[in-house]
Design a protein around this ligand. Structure first.
Ligand code: DNO
Length: 511
């Protein structure tokens, strides 16, 4: 399964972009959604979730990823009332899981979500983008909050994490966070996660924390998820497969010291959701958001995508903030969430991904030998696909399995039989395949092997085969062998390791 492309949508009546617009972007299978009218701490009711599901179903989109179920400040501050809000959070998880939700993206930033000083800053080509002017975001949180709130009021648009109801009590909120330093915030995050992990496990939902944006303290408020070391700490702190990351390349990329591709390679199995955003730095510490094209910013988008591809990433991904283009401007678009630049971002990401797939396919094809080998104790003219029952999906296909070398398949050619040789019998063997000849080994745990018996190795053309691992290939269709080579057990008996039980059987039957 490849990565799963998604697109964030703010919901009916809350987003000028329609589902039918999104449907026209190639490759999008899921909508990243939320109930944006919900305040942090409120329960998301089943009927409300069902309504969104109905809307998405109409366009064939899945609702696997929610961004965000926001965490109540009392949980972040660690107030006694947090337990009540944690119970509500668990109920949200249960309700969401009933509709197939798999990932919840959330953040643990005190008071503010992403913070910028200018929402429509000229990029230089006629488009605008979110901009961070370092000097503007130092001490005076009121000035910054006023800028954002005036915007939301003027254009009747509120941003998640910047709910006017919370912002109206900003001074009170800052007082409530007094004394919450990094360590206390870490402890409160741990408390929250440990409380909800059993519910997540039960419901099959991954909690995917978003990186702090920007990745440093602002207005004296601590921020936790800021670099590789803090991500390591987070994953170790609650070492549970449901405790995952929303790895946001742009949030981390705001600090040029962060190497996002290296973090992907280190923690790919714990990244449930990837946000791809590009950022351009200025020498004075300011930064602007940029198109997704690698060379338009400093985030190293190509290295990041290559890292995901190399790791076989199968999680959800979306283009994050884009620029505002053409007719998009204040009042006509949600800052960072226009249609066009995000759609182009998707095409860029898919273009890179498709090419990486193709190059990998070519690499595999070029290592394909003309002939492969299939082993069986039985003699037939045509080799037919059989249902295999292996340790993983690759080894459990209905297919013809073949090895690159003759020696690979000897364990499958040996005529190992049930003991006793009737319907009540049992047969059990495993093998150790030598990737490089000379010889594979067979471990006969139970069953019999006639020392004078024979088996067959089928030499077959590789045309209908694809590679499944470092030595095996599969064909979904029958093939006519070009040669059938009879093997004698006596020539390979030294490659068979008998268990104590198998030795007994062998003695009884053949000595
Ligand atoms: C930025 C977004 C974040 C994200 C929240 C998750 O646009 O990626 O606002 O949704 O931090 O809770």
């Amino acid at each position: 399964m490849p990565m799963q492309m998604t697109f964030r949508w703010y919901g009916e009546g809350n987003d000028r972009i329609s589902l039918s617009d999104i449907k026209q972007i190639p490759g999008v299978t899921g909508i990243v959604w939320a109930l944006h009218h919900k305040m942090p701490g409120e329960i998301w009711e089943e009927s409300e979730i069902a309504e969104v599901k109905r809307q998405l179903d109409e366009y064939g989109f899945n609702m696997d990823v929610v961004e965000s179920v926001n965490v109540h400040d009392d949980i972040k501050i660690g107030l006694p009332t947090r337990d009540k809000y944690i119970e509500n959070y668990k109920q949200c998880i249960r309700n969401l899981s009933k509709f197939g939700v798999k990932v919840i993206c959330y953040n643990f930033m005190p008071i503010f979500d992403w913070t910028r000083s200018n929402l429509f800053h000229p990029v230089g080509d006629g488009s605008t983008a979110l901009f961070y002017e370092k000097n503007m975001i130092q001490d005076d949180y009121n000035a910054m909050a006023k800028y954002i709130l005036d915007f939301t009021e003027k254009y009747h648009m509120s941003f998640p994490g910047w709910e006017p109801e919370r912002m109206a009590k900003l001074d009170e909120l800052f007082r409530a966070y007094e004394g919450i330093d990094h360590e206390k915030l870490w402890a409160n995050l741990k408390y929250f996660l440990e409380a909800i992990m059993p519910t997540c496990e039960e419901c099959g939902i991954k909690m995917a924390i978003h990186m702090d944006d920007p990745p440093w303290d602002i207005f004296g408020l601590p921020r936790l998820l800021v670099d590789e070391a803090s991500i390591d700490r987070f994953l170790k702190m609650v070492d549970h497969p449901c405790n995952c990351l929303t790895l946001c390349s742009g949030s981390l990329g705001a600090n040029p010291d962060n190497n996002v591709a290296a973090i992907v390679r280190k923690h790919c199995d714990r990244i449930a959701f990837a946000h791809i955003r590009n950022v351009k730095h200025f020498e004075n510490g300011d930064f602007s958001e940029a198109s997704h094209r690698d060379c338009d910013g400093d985030t190293h988008i190509l290295d990041i995508l290559k890292a995901y591809h190399d790791c076989g990433f199968e999680g959800y991904i979306r283009p994050d903030h884009g620029r505002h283009l053409w007719s998009e401007g204040p009042g006509t678009v949600r800052p960072g969430y226009g249609l066009y630049d995000r759609a182009m971002g998707i095409m860029y990401m898919l273009g890179v991904w498709d090419m990486l797939d193709k190059l990998e396919g070519n690499k595999m094809e070029s290592s394909k030998p003309e002939f492969l080998y299939h082993g069986s104790p039985y003699l037939f003219d045509i080799v037919e696909p059989q249902q295999a029952c292996g340790a993983n999906p690759q080894e459990s296909q209905k297919a013809i399995y073949a090895g690159t070398n003759f020696e690979h398949v000897i364990p499958f050619a040996l005529p190992i039989r049930w003991y006793p040789d009737n319907p009540s019998g049992k047969r059990d063997f495993t093998c150790e395949i030598c990737i490089q000849p000379p010889q594979s080994k067979t471990f006969l745990n139970y069953g019999s092997l006639d020392p004078n018996g024979v088996g067959y190795v089928y030499k077959i053309r590789s045309d209908s085969f694809t590679k499944v691992d470092d030595w095996q290939w599969v064909s979904p269709i029958a093939v006519v062998p070009t040669e059938i080579i009879k093997i004698k057990v006596s020539d390979y008996i030294n490659t068979v390791v008998f268990s104590e039980e198998a030795k007994e059987i062998h003695k009884k039957l053949y000595s």
